[in-house]
Write a protein that binds this ligand. Structure first.
Ligand code: CAA
Length: 467
């Protein structure tokens, strides 16, 4: 891992900052990957972060569920009053069981367990989720287990903790992420989620604090670079189209046409109360209020042997980035500076540059966040993120597909699960397990970006496929 103060200098020096972007020079940026050999444990350039190599051996998602999904029980569902939606306990159990079945791991062999969750205390009156995770299998009793919290980056932090455990000598580590959010209305949930902002200073922005914070970004970005409703509609349409191919997606059966997304209307309202920001954000620009869990198994090389598997069954977490900015200040509203730090750190850690990427999972909590993520990672130059989406380069059949399962807008956003879902999605894509939304060519390098708050806590992983 690079020291924090060295990252900015490295970012400046890297060829992908303001240089050969996908927008300006699509062919050179992606056609000439320069994948460097991954250092071995004996080699001199082996970094602290890779003190022991770590691999994803498999995992499972639950169905991501909420309003708009046909199985979600609400007042107009025929089963309303007859049965309930899955609880946090049900959801976590299902994902853990799915991970154990997928990897064939003997639960007794798991050394440590970590779980990401943001606000279980508020949505379901439940904290102390390390202990809940330990309760998902009798063989987990008395093993070290802990919960990590970093707003919507809680899952990413749990995975970082898992990597540290592998580096410290663990061979098999279970990493979970879970959130249940549909127990409250979207408006009440907006208050709970506002705990990820600086509540004292920013809560009054709007009842829907986070949607308002990103509407503010849409306004600022548009004033600097120009941005239309049509520009943002491309992101929403891609998210729903991918989700329509993904049976686990919250928005699997909801379609979103360009016509529907490109302007505000009764079924796609500008719903904010804040008059300054209301015109900038529509429902289709927003991620979902979802319930769900994702669980993956991390393994060292010895762990892979314990599973009776080989490197080719796994993907390697070859680089990681973790950057955090002050809760008390607002950064540049036209870019995701912390995302830039964390994602570049992960790529540097892995010895790759943006031209090496075959696929990415980015934190599209709102359409503008996906646009700004392209620019932060270096997939597009400043002001060119919308053009990249419109070109189709990040669609399922594009040069660098982004958020193939639908992202936070289409797949859904159970906030504590998202940072675990993203690397597991890269694993599933790289191993050809994505069914109707499978990318139809071999994938070697992928990148994740998981963001807590408004560009405050960011965790990023560079993932390498072993074929
Ligand atoms: N015309 C005008 N206004 C309308 C309307 C219409 N046709 N339909 C709805 N509205 C308004 C109403 O004011 C309504 O509020 P009330 O129900 O209290 O009257 C409000 O919109 C919400 O309507 P619904 O509850 O029916 O909408 P919904 O359940 O479909 O939710 C949403 C839509 C508000 C966009 C919701 O999906 C949402 O809040 N999404 C964002 C979730 C979020 O912020 N997640 C966190 C992302 S930030 C992040 O990732 C980082 C971090 O750390 C937190």
């Amino acid at each position: 891992m690079l020291p924090q103060n060295g990252v900015e200098a490295l970012c400046q020096a890297l060829p992908f900052r303001g240089g050969a972007s996908l927008c300006r020079q699509p062919e050179p940026a992606l056609a000439s990957p320069s994948v460097k050999p991954v250092p071995t444990e004996d080699s001199e350039e082996f970094s602290m972060a890779l003190a022991r190599r770590a691999f994803i051996a498999g995992g499972a998602h639950t169905q991501y569920l909420g309003k708009g999904h046909p199985d979600f029980i609400w007042k107009r569902h025929p089963d309303f009053g007859k049965r309930e939606n899955p609880t946090l306990e049900d959801t976590l159990q299902e994902a853990v069981d799915g991970c154990l079945a997928d990897t064939g791991v003997n639960p007794a062999d798991i050394d440590r367990l970590y779980i990401g969750n943001f606000v279980g205390e508020l949505f379901v009156n439940q904290g102390h989720l390390g202990s809940a995770l330990a309760g998902t299998h009798p063989d987990f009793a008395f093993k070290p287990a802990a919960r990590l919290e970093g707003a919507c980056a809680s899952g990413g932090l749990a995975l970082l903790a898992g990597l540290d455990a592998i580096a410290a000598g663990a061979d098999l580590v279970l990493v979970a992420g879970v959130e249940i959010q549909t127990t409250a209305s979207a408006r009440t949930g907006g208050d709970y989620l506002a705990r990820a902002s600086h509540y004292r200073r920013q809560r009054s922005l709007d009842d829907f604090t986070f949607p308002a914070m990103f509407a503010r970004r849409i306004k600022a970005y548009g004033e600097r670079y120009g941005l239309t409703d049509e520009d943002l509609a491309h992101f929403a349409v891609k998210a729903y189209a991918n989700a329509n191919l993904n049976p686990l997606a919250h928005m699997h059966s909801k379609t979103c046409t360009f016509e529907h997304a490109k302007s505000a209307h009764d079924r796609n309202p500008n719903f904010l109360g804040n008059e300054e920001f209301r015109p900038y954000l529509k429902v289709t620009d927003c991620s979902q209020v979802s319930d769900g869990a994702s669980v993956l198994l991390l393994a060292s090389e010895a762990g892979i042997a314990k599973l009776g598997r080989t490197l080719s069954d796994t993907v390697e977490i070859a680089g990681r980035g973790h950057a955090v900015d002050s809760l008390y200040t607002d950064g540049d509203m036209t870019e995701l500076t912390t995302v830039r730090h964390a994602t570049h750190q992960a790529m540097v850690d892995a010895g790759i540059s943006v031209g090496d990427l075959d696929i990415a999972e980015v934190h599209d909590c709102f359409t503008i966040a996906e646009l700004m993520s392209y620019e932060a990672i270096g997939l597009a130059d400043k002001g060119q993120g919308a053009a990249l989406a419109a070109s189709g380069a990040t669609a399922l059949d594009g040069k660098v597909p982004v958020n193939t399962g639908g992202g936070l807008i289409g797949f859904g956003h159970p906030v504590g699960a998202t940072g675990v879902k993203q690397p597991l999605e890269l694993f599933r894509q790289m191993k050809g397990r994505c069914g109707d939304y499978q990318v139809g060519r071999p994938l070697t390098w992928g990148l994740t970006s998981n963001m807590g708050g408004d560009d405050k806590t960011v965790v990023s992983f560079a993932v390498r496929n072993h074929q």
